[in-house]
Design a protein around this ligand. Sequence first.
Ligand SMILES: N[C@@H](CCC(=O)N[C@@H](CS)C(=O)NCC(=O)O)C(=O)O
Length: 272
Amino acid sequence: MGIVVPTNEAVRSLEGLHLYHANRSNCSARVRMLLEEKRLDWTGHHIDLGRKENISEDYFGINPKGLVPSLVHDGTVVVESNDIMVYLEEAFPEPGFRSVPADRQAEIDYWLKKSGDMHLPAIKTFQYSKVNSRLVKKTEEEETRYWKLQTDPELLAFHGKHSRGKSFSDADLEGATALLDEIFAEMDRALTDSAWLVGDAYTLADISWAPTITTLMGGGYDFTPYPAVRRWYGVVSARPQFEKAVTEWRKKAAYAAAVDPTVSDPAQTTRG
Ligand SMILES: N[C@@H](CCC(=O)N[C@@H](CS)C(=O)NCC(=O)O)C(=O)O
């Protein structure tokens, strides 16, 4: 989707970089990671998905699908995590994360598109089948609010599968797992003789995919058959930027849930 016109007028007057994001969300994590890698200052607005803070008229007025993340840059709203990454790369080119020869640029776009296309049918379906349906169960009031605000047919179909006592079927989980197996076999081949997904450089492609691995590991996806993916993930996840953008937020989420499941993470933070 990229740039959207918000119906929530308030965000148009925001100055600087503002990220609406959620602690454990891998889509939010890839954007936090790029912000860290580029050493940009940003103001965070944490959206607690467990408390359904995304299901509000105010938030749908920023992100028309009610999803995190959303970026607001001097009043311009950008949605879809991979589009946000491309936007940031163009708006703040240094340091750059497309440093591969011209004839390999399309490969970065390929991995970004895959990451976007795989999210709902593979990653999100796998996670909801395994853990998320339990974590983000909606009350009847929240269901009513969601069905009033959401207009996207794919998301209505997806969330309909686990609403009001329903759950994802074995076939849903098998379908998602098959898609994941296919993409990680392809990724393993790409990484077998290469340190990075594209060429000799750490790029947007690596940043987009690494937090997804963290999420899927949490859901119990088996990465044993993909040694090159595991080696590459070990390198990316050792970066301090990954620690700050991914690991620390997951720790905060685990801590908040352990101490008091009704307490949310801080609503406002700067630089994660
Ligand atoms: N394609 C979107 C997917 C965003 C997405 O599904 N975000 C999840 C968290 S990772 C979310 O907002 N879930 C809440 C919901 O589905 O209502 C992107 O890349 O930004």
